[in-house]
Ligand binder design. Structure first.
Ligand code: NAP
Ligand code: ZN
Length: 354
């Protein structure tokens, strides 16, 4: 018998969130059932459910920053036991056989990874994300949350943490490197903490100086406001590495000018609109421009351990299930310090819509 749980769904891009009842499948032998305690709100949830990236399958529950406790395990599960503290990010399955999966890059599965929401699941249904009381996930897509990290501050690591950790590792951003983090939102504030912990000299590039003190608390040596007159001229050629986490379209040509010759910019922000570029922006100064998509499961575990070892999680504002529409507007307005996290215990008293 599938179990009935409460979830927050939208019926269309312009509809408000509603508490509804959905069914979660019975655990298969290799599944774990997770009692969700906290669910982060990623800007990708907003792009998806507002249909900014194309077709969302409604009704839909989003949420891919999930932290909770294992409630039950299938008969073949070996990695987890009831009571374990666990997290699930953007992936709940992949083929497991292609060269990408075998290399631990499940997010790039050549046969199409199964996303935590809005994806076709193994049983043909559309996956429903973490704004919910429980979720059922293949054990290979579950990570362990170290004991020293509270579940609510750990939840955002499952997307914002790995999305910034992975490119910082790939591009060896550490001691001796001048790194800029572009945009100080959910991803950006994780990028600052991780890059600083890796020993890089970190500058935050933000639209204004409003978050300067917070940026320094997170480990940045300085925050620069890109709205300052002459900013792009005054800071030309300063950085070895730029991580772009901005959720809206920007003029990349300006920002590429901030790189040193031989420097690299990695895009993780995914605005629905395209970006303009001229080959000369990269050829002049032998610059590299790359993208990065979350990270594999083993690296997600490595990132969780790294954050625990360095004593930090996400900086969060906790909200209840009735606050999500308002929280979305605040995220889009840049008014979040730095991640909203839904306290899923607030589902308990919420009456499901008919
Ligand atoms: P967020 O919390 O809203 O942060 C985005 C930041 O971008 C804002 O805090 C703001 O920084 C800056 N920004 C917003 N609008 C801007 C504008 N018009 N001009 C300049 N800067 C602007 O979002 P998030 O959750 O960190 O996600 C950021 C982006 O990454 C989204 O597009 C999301 O879909 C994408 N994403 C990608 C991956 C991946 O795997 N590649 C994973 C997760 C998310 P300041 O206020 O400091 O200026
Ligand atoms: Zn995300």
């Amino acid at each position: 018998m599938p179990m009935t749980v409460k979830a927050l769904q939208k019926e269309g891009p312009d509809k408000p969130f509603k508490v509804v009842e959905i069914e979660r499948r019975d655990p298969r032998p290799d599944d774990v059932v997770i009692d969700i305690k906290a669910a982060g709100i990623c800007h990708s949830d907003i792009h998806t459910i507002r249909n900014e990236w194309g077709q969302a399958h409604f009704p839909l529950a989003v949420g891919h920053e999930i932290a909770g406790v294992v409630e039950a395990v299938g008969s073949d599960v070996t990695k987890f036991a009831v009571g374990d503290r666990v997290g699930v990010g953007c992936l709940v399955n992949s083929c497991g056989e292609c060269e990408q999966c075998r290399a631990g890059q499940e997010q790039n599965c050549l046969n199409g990874p199964v996303g935590t929401y809005n994806s076709a699941d193994v049983d043909g249904t559309i996956t429903q994300g973490g704004y919910s009381q429980k979720v059922v996930v293949n054990e290979n897509f579950v990570c362990r949350i170290p004991d020293s990290l509270p579940l609510d501050v750990a939840a955002p690591l499952l997307c914002a943490g790995i999305t910034t950790y992975s490119p910082l590792q790939t591009w060896n951003v550490g001691a001796g490197k001048k790194a800029a983090i572009l945009g100080l939102g959910g991803l950006g504030h994780m990028g600052v903490q991780i890059a600083a912990a890796k020993g890089a000299e970190v500058t935050v590039l933000s639209r204004s100086t409003a978050k300067e003190a917070l940026a320094k608390e997170l480990g940045a040596t300085r925050l620069l406001a890109t709205s300052e007159p002459g900013f792009f001229r005054d800071h030309r050629g300063e950085f070895d590495f730029i991580l772009n986490t901005i959720s809206a379209p920007i003029d990349l040509r300006d920002y590429l000018g901030l790189l040193k010759p031989g420097g690299a910019m990695v895009l993780v922000g995914l605005p629905p609109e395209g970006l303009e570029l001229h080959a000369g922006n990269l050829i002049g100064g032998r610059k590299a421009l790359a993208g990065s998509n979350i990270g594999g499961i083993a690296q997600t575990q490595e990132m969780l351990n790294f954050c625990a070892d360095h004593g930090f999680g996400a900086r969060i504002e906790k909200i209840g299930v009735h606050d999500v529409d308002a929280a979305y507007n605040r995220v889009v307005a840049g008014d979040v310090r730095f991640r909203f996290v839904i306290d899923t215990s607030t589902f308990e008293d919420a009456v499901p819509a008919e």
